[in-house]
Design a protein around this ligand. Structure first.
Ligand SMILES: Cc1cc2nc3c(=O)[nH]c(=O)nc-3n(C[C@H](O)[C@H](O)[C@H](O)COP(=O)(O)OP(=O)(O)OC[C@H]3O[C@@H](n4cnc5c(N)ncnc54)[C@H](O)[C@@H]3O)c2cc1C
Length: 476
């Protein structure tokens, strides 16, 4: 059902053209179809109009218009999110950030970079590294994801264990609010306690509160050296125990990634880099910093892994080999996605000490529901990616997949964890959010949403579940 009558839609289109220019407003079926889905399997819905504003002021004017006309707004970076967050479930407009893609300033005195939201994440990393600076958050999608998407999802990456995630590098934002106001939060300041921390309210808000139109990010000095090892296991639980043991020995590597045998095989088949496919699990471990410290840590970590029954520990022989291994790990989702028609990846997260228990629980759930689940992820952060290889056309199997994931979320929470460590709630985890936040927590969230977006135009249908249970709905 179209949201607007033809007459109202034509009027809205004319008003949007007035704001953003004729060439930046598209209501053709083919134009709308492109933005009807994102990287989340099984979700699709057509927006009524696609708009690509050129400035923050245009974004603000569009939001004001949408507020006045009760038009849903689905802000979109590159559409790589995995929780249906950019799927325009209730029609309205898709607001594309593609023109707001400039790097505005690299401040070498304050060690900050100021960018527009449509800037590709890797462009930021590559640019600052030329100056021996470092922007650590590195989601595996960084070659295509935008910084606006990273901020709105509070994305993490392979370097999260030592360096944290996107929220840890945000100093200031400019945000367009649903009432058409543009506000600035934070500044190039290490210390700033003036008022509520609005900067971090918008980080991770999944496009449900406002549109980030500019961000100032913190940079740090680039580490001077790094080393990578692979620890190989014939016992998955021994790999899980190694993760806990490394941390318990007060070693904090940059990267501490887990891949199970299914994932290793898929990645090797995809990347052909000589990963051993006959082992049950691999830990990919990276340390960086001054050379002597890296040597010391890597030696000690290797010893810990051997002590926990690693069958072999291999050191990457060159920077190229180390990069190849990291790239291979980043391709895990793409590699697994080749195996079956539908790939559903989740990111249940537990305290690091519970990694072995969570890996065991995932295997038991897969067995119970007779579904195929491969597991890889940022084990050092306790952030696992149980990935179900399935086929959306098989209704019976999809029901079992849904039940299996519900049980995995329940187990993660029981172990002191959470539903999502980095991918966001979106539609897919909305029905379960109350399990994590409780009724009172949900009420606080609703109060914030109501205060900032009283007409509910920002990303409706996301984060707050429409109905108590529905998950993985296919929307035509
Ligand atoms: C192969 C693959 C690997 C991935 N690896 C990782 C990973 O390692 N770590 C990780 O955390 N995630 C990962 N992801 C998920 C995804 O890439 C991240 O969530 C990413 O941050 C999304 O960026 P995007 O530009 O595609 O945003 P989109 O998908 O376009 O949008 C994501 C959310 O941000 C909102 N949004 C976008 N721009 C703005 C803005 N300017 N203001 C306000 N809201 C905005 C949208 O409304 C939506 O709610 C992966 C995805 C894929 C497909």
């Amino acid at each position: 059902m179209p949201l607007h009558s033809e007459k109202r839609l034509n009027k809205l289109k004319a008003q949007l053209i007035e704001i953003a220019g004729n060439e930046n407003v598209d209501d053709t079926t083919s134009g709308r179809l492109v933005y009807s889905y994102d990287a989340t399997p099984n979700f699709q819905a057509l927006p009524e109009i696609v708009v690509a504003p050129r400035t923050a002021e245009e974004v603000a004017a569009i939001l004001k218009l949408c507020g006045e006309t009760s038009t849903p707004v689905y802000t979109r970076g590159s559409g790589t999110n995995l929780c249906a967050d950019t799927c325009p479930l209730k029609g309205g407009i898709v607001l594309l950030m593609k023109h707001l893609n400039k790097i505005l300033e690299l401040d070498r005195e304050n060690l900050t970079i100021t960018v527009q939201p449509g800037t590709i994440t890797k462009e930021i990393s590559d640019l600052v590294e030329k100056d021996d600076l470092f922007y650590p958050p590195d989601p595996s999608s960084m070659k295509i994801s935008t910084i606006g998407g990273n901020l709105a999802e509070n994305s993490g990456g392979l370097r999260g264990l030592k360096y944290g995630v996107t929220k840890d590098y945000v100093m200031a934002l400019q945000v367009a609010l649903p009432n058409g106001e543009l506000i600035r939060t934070g500044g190039k300041l290490t210390k700033d306690v003036a008022g509520y921390d609005l900067t971090h309210l918008f980080v991770g808000s999944e496009g449900t509160l406002g549109v980030i139109t500019e961000a100032t990010l913190k940079l740090i000095p680039k580490p001077e050296s790094q080393k990578t090892i692979l620890a190989l296991y014939q016992d998955i639980e021994a790999a899980g125990r190694s993760v806990s043991a490394i941390i318990a020995h007060k070693m904090i590597p940059v990267t501490l990634e887990f891949l199970d045998q299914d994932t290793i095989k898929a990645v090797e088949d995809f990347a052909h880099i000589g990963l051993p496919t006959n082992v049950k699990a691999i830990l990919l471990i990276v340390q960086d910093g001054p050379k002597e410290i890296v040597d010391r840590d890597i030696h000690k970590i290797a010893e810990i892994c051997r002590g926990e029954q690693a069958v072999d520990v291999r050191l990457a022989s060159s920077a190229e080999e180390a990069e190849e291994l990291a790239t291979a790990r980043r391709s895990a989702l793409s590699a697994l996605a080749r195996l079956k028609p539908t790939t559903i990846l989740e990111d249940a997260t537990v305290p690091r000490s519970e990694i072995a228990a969570m890996v065991r629980a995932i295997a038991e759930v897969a067995q119970k529901y007779q579904v195929r689940i491969s597991t890889f992820g940022h084990a050092g952060d306790g952030n696992l990616h149980p990935t179900c290889l399935t086929d959306a056309r098989d209704e019976d199997e999809m029901n079992r997949v849904e039940e299996a994931f519900a049980e995995i979320f329940e187990k993660a929470i029981e172990l002191g964890g959470t539903l999502t460590g980095e991918h966001g709630v979106g539609v897919t985890k909305a029905p379960y959010l109350e399990w994590k936040l409780g009724k009172a927590g949900m009420e606080v969230m609703r109060g914030i949403k109501q205060a900032i977006d009283p007409n509910g135009i920002m990303n409706p249908g996301k984060v707050f579940a429409d109905k108590a249970k529905q998950r993985m709905v296919t929307v035509k």
